[in-house]
Structures are given as structure tokens and as C-alpha cells.
Design a binder for this molecule. Structure first.
Ligand code: FAD
Length: 299
């Protein structure tokens, strides 16, 4: 195995063009597991850690540009106000050691349906900035996940950053695991209120071949909130609406039975998480309308 160590982004793109099968390594918290277990034996490993730009973020007027290798710890510590859903999801990833190394670029590179960043990214909306020597393109998050551990990147492309809108309303994230830390999600749910457009977005993890949105549930809830004048009044959401939202979220799942949980349990748990997180974001909206209250919940 050859080890490539580009000193700049341009060098990395050139190396990836020359060796399209080269496997990039950022935090290494997925890559090294695969290599150690001999699930992967790449001809070239390309270390991205000399490219400082990948560990930086910029906060603009409406968006955050998050470098691909910004570790979860930094997101939790520095971007809680701008990206509350992603900060809550980051908090549930593994352990402090893994959160100090791993980042969203690696989660997207692996594109596991169980990756914790995905439900938060889908709920917030945003775009993935990918680049090759052929040029740069922005992939909307909704078009990024193609199949189990398959994403929309070409072989010569690298992820440079993730562009996310700054939260304009409350966001929440919930994850069911077999214990409270160091656990892969049995399933997960993210929700974001977007009051400026009177819309709701969601993300479901580990309950379909790819991370998915519960689009019917989103449309139903936005219509119910609009019809009842809830965005203006902040009045409590009727139980029947919350119940229907949960059922539709559950229906958006296409899970399998595996060692972590049955399909039936996952459908059920997603419904419960949808209802709970809706309650949390709505309480928050009725309060100061912006902050993500409470923490991500693991059960
Ligand atoms: C003990 C343990 C517990 C874990 N628990 C969780 C958990 O609770 N939740 C969770 O979501 N994940 C968990 N993971 C998985 C892992 O930590 C995450 O997926 C993390 O986000 C990976 O980031 P990384 O920087 O370490 O990626 P790496 O391992 O460096 O890379 C992962 C993949 O992304 C590709 N890649 C990385 N950077 C780029 C780039 N810039 N452009 C293109 N491709 C790139 C790599 O080639 C590779 O295919 C766990 C891992 C371990 C070892």
C-alpha cells in the first residue's frame, strides 16, 4: 500500500486524478477500522491531514461553510447556535476520542445509513461541495445518498466542505441505541423548523437503505401548522396532528431486521422519536423561537 501525503488541496486533487482508487483518510475512524479488519486493502491511501483548510469553518450571514474534516467536537463547541441539529447529533457520535478525530466529511464519505450526521443534514438542508481537477460542483444533500454506503461522488472527486443554512428555527435530533454512548444507531431522527418559509424538514437514519426524509410527514405538518395559524400564534400542536405526523414518519421507513434491531421495532421507534422531537422543537418555538432546547436523547 502506498501512502500519499498531499500538502495542499490542489496536490490532493491532482493525486486523486492520477490515482482514482486512492482512499482518502481524514480522521481515519472508519477507514482504519476497515483496514484493520482487512475489509479493505487499498493500493493507495491518501492522507488529507496536511490540508488545514479542511478543518476550518466560516460563518456567513445566512450559511455556514463547514470544512470536510472539522471534528465533531468543534461543531459541538463552536457551532451550537448556527447548526443546533448537527451539534446535537455530533454529541451522540461514539466517544470523545472519536469525536476529536471524526467529522462530517468522513460520515458523508462512508455514507452509512446509520451515520449520525445524516438526519441532521437532511433536516437542515444544504449542499456538499465536491471538487476534482475537472472542477467544483455542489450536490444538494437530498441527492447525495444513492444506496447502502453509496454516494453521488465521482471517483476522482473529494469533499471540500458542507454548506448549511444557519438555523432560523429550532432543531432536534434523537437516536435510539443499545446504550448511551459508543453506539451505532438502531435508528435516528432529526427535525428542523424553518419558520421563514413555514416549512418543516426531517431526516431518518438507519431505517432504510439510505438516510431519508419523511416528506409526507413534513408536508402534512406544514399544512396543519399553516391551517391552524400555529406559526403566528405558537399555540400547542393538537395531539391528533402530532400522532399523524408520527405515523407518516414511521411510514417513510423501509428498514431491515438486523443484529441491532428488527424492522418492526425501527418503524415504531421512528414514530416515537418523530413525536417527541416535534414536541421539543415546538416548545422551543413557543419559547424564544430559535434555540435547540434539551439534548439529543439516546435510549
Ligand atoms: C468506535 C467507533 C465508534 C463510532 N461511532 C459512531 C457513531 O456513534 N455515529 C457515527 O455516525 N459514526 C460512528 N463511527 C464512525 C466514524 O467515526 C464516523 O463515520 C466519522 O464521521 C468518520 O469520519 P473520519 O474523518 O474519521 O472519516 P475517515 O475514516 O477518515 O473516512 C471515512 C470515509 O470517508 C472518506 N473521506 C474522508 N474524508 C473525505 C473527503 N474530504 N473527501 C472524500 N472522501 C473522504 C474516506 O475515504 C472513507 O471512505 C464510529 C467509529 C468508531 C471507530
Amino acid at each position: 500500500m502506498d501512502f500519499l501525503r498531499p500538502a495542499s488541496w490542489e496536490e490532493a486533487l491532482a493525486a486523486k486524478a492520477e490515482h482514482p482508487t486512492a482512499v482518502p483518510i481524514a480522521g481515519g475512524t472508519d477507514v482504519m477500522v476497515e483496514i484493520n479488519f482487512d475489509h479493505r486493502r487499498p493500493e493507495y491511501l491518501m492522507d488529507l491531514n496536511r490540508i488545514g483548510d479542511l478543518r476550518e469553518w466560516e460563518t456567513g450571514a445566512d450559511t455556514v461553510r463547514l470544512g470536510a474534516s472539522v471534528p465533531y467536537t468543534q461543531i459541538m463547541e463552536n457551532l451550537r447556535a448556527e447548526l443546533p441539529g448537527l451539534a446535537l447529533a455530533s454529541h451522540t457520535v461514539a466517544s470523545p476520542q472519536i469525536r476529536n478525530r471524526g467529522g462530517v466529511g468522513g460520515n458523508l464519505g462512508t455514507a452509512s445509513p446509520a451515520g449520525d450526521a445524516h438526519p441532521a443534514l437532511l433536516a437542515s438542508g444544504g449542499e456538499i461541495e465536491v471538487e476534482s481537477v475537472r472542477g467544483r460542483r455542489m450536490i444538494p444533500i437530498d441527492e447525495f445518498y444513492l444506496g447502502v454506503k453509496r454516494n453521488a461522488m465521482e471517483q476522482d472527486e473529494l469533499i471540500r466542505a458542507v454548506h448549511l443554512p444557519k438555523a432560523t428555527g429550532p432543531q432536534q435530533f434523537s437516536k435510539v441505541g443499545t446504550r448511551n454512548a459508543m453506539v451505532i444507531a438502531v435508528c435516528a431522527f432529526g427535525i428542523a423548523l424553518h419558520p421563514e418559509t413555514k416549512t418543516v424538514r426531517t431526516g431518518i437514519g438507519s431505517a432504510a437503505p439510505t438516510p431519508v426524509r419523511a416528506k409526507e410527514a413534513e408536508t402534512f405538518l406544514a399544512a396543519a401548522l399553516e391551517e391552524g395559524g400555529h406559526w403566528e400564534s405558537g399555540a400547542p400542536i393538537p395531539v391528533s396532528v402530532a400522532k399523524q405526523f408520527a405515523q407518516l414518519a414511521s411510514g417513510a421507513c423501509n428498514p431491515i431486521d438486523d443484529v441491532r434491531g428488527s424492522a418492526k421495532y425501527r418503524r415504531h421507534a421512528v414514530g416515537i422519536m418523530a413525536r417527541r422531537t416535534l414536541g421539543w422543537v415546538w416548545e422551543s418555538y413557543r419559547g424564544d423561537g430559535r434555540t435547540a432546547q434539551g439534548g439529543a436523547q439516546c435510549a
